[in-house]
Design a protein around this ligand. Structure first.
Ligand code: NAP
Length: 250
């Protein structure tokens, strides 16, 4: 197996993060997988080791909303990778169900904690380490949901708009130092998160999504939609004037 680098995936116990772990292992990456659920993490690691002979996969149980423990988890990941992390993928995210007449600050705060502040805590550490070395890659899973404020999910939309903007700023800071920052904006991907979501269309499998992300990382792409045609929808949605968008109930 060729050696393609040391990758840390935060949010790797299911969905896109787990599928990306499988895909990157098949491309020769050594992996540290991070999430809260130990049994699920270990099952992802075991299935990678089953299918990829000789794959090196380490698991670290960690809750990204516990900010005081991020430094320790980052150090454990780095130690497990012989002191060298080449890439950090932030795939952790939550999207609790929010009713149209519900304005729940606790839910909104939990989304901001996991989808945004946890990302900042992990990716700031990655950025400063990569900056010292002059190389490295940061990959953040944002969403098409960050493109416009919709009626269905104000807190989730806001968290993804913040993630997209934060990643763009990181890129603008780090690109000149040789560090790649990749923003992934998925549409509907068939994972646990999508369960119970009404009115979906064009759902892509986590496995196919992972392939697209892995290719994009290799090509050091900056920002992209997956599937690609969500870029056209996003363009159309962004160009609808506010006074019309408000009436659409999307
Ligand atoms: N599925 C879609 O249609 C879709 C579309 C656009 C964007 N996205 C984004 O894609 C990313 C991955 O979501 P997914 O669809 O793969 O859903 P998922 O299967 O529910 O995966 C979410 C991952 O985040 C981890 N996570 C959640 N809270 C965490 C915490 N406090 N600490 C550490 N890890 C935590 C989960 O692990 P534990 O529960 O074990 O901690 C799990 O590994 C999310 O950012 C999501 O917003 C998904």
């Amino acid at each position: 197996m060729s050696h393609a680098g040391h990758t840390v995936i935060v949010g790797a116990s299911s969905g896109i993060g787990a599928a990306l772990a499988q895909e990157l292992a098949s491309r020769g990456h050594t992996l540290v997988l991070i999430a809260r659920r130990k049994a699920e993490l270990e099952s992802v690691a075991a299935s990678i080791k089953d299918s990829q002979r000789g794959a090196r996969v380490i698991t670290v149980v960690h809750d990204v909303s516990d900010l005081d423990s991020v430094g320790g988890a980052f150090a454990r990941a780095s130690d497990a990778l012989d002191g060298r992390i080449d890439r950090v993928v932030y795939a952790a995210g939550i999207m609790p169900k929010v009713l149209p007449d519900e304005f729940d600050t606790a839910k909104d705060a939990s989304m901001m904690a996991v989808n945004v502040v946890g990302a900042m805590a992990w990716l700031n550490l990655a950025a400063s380490e990569f900056l010292k070395r002059g190389s490295g890659q940061i990959v953040g899973i944002s969403s098409v949901a960050g493109e416009r404020g919709r009626v269905g999910a104000p807190g989730y939309n806001a968290s993804k708009a913040a993630m997209t903007s934060y990643l763009e700023s990181l890129r603008n800071r780090l690109d000149r130092h040789g560090i790649s920052v990749v923003t992934v904006k998925p549409g509907f991907i068939g994972t646990d998160m999508l369960r119970g979501v009404e009115k979906t269309f064009g759902v892509m499998s986590a496995r196919d999504c992972a392939r697209v992300i892995a290719d994009a990382c290799e090509r050091r792409r900056q920002s992209f939609f997956v599937p690609w045609w969500w870029g056209l929808i996003a363009l159309a949605v962004r160009s609808v004037p506010s006074f019309i968008f408000r009436r659409l109930r999307v």
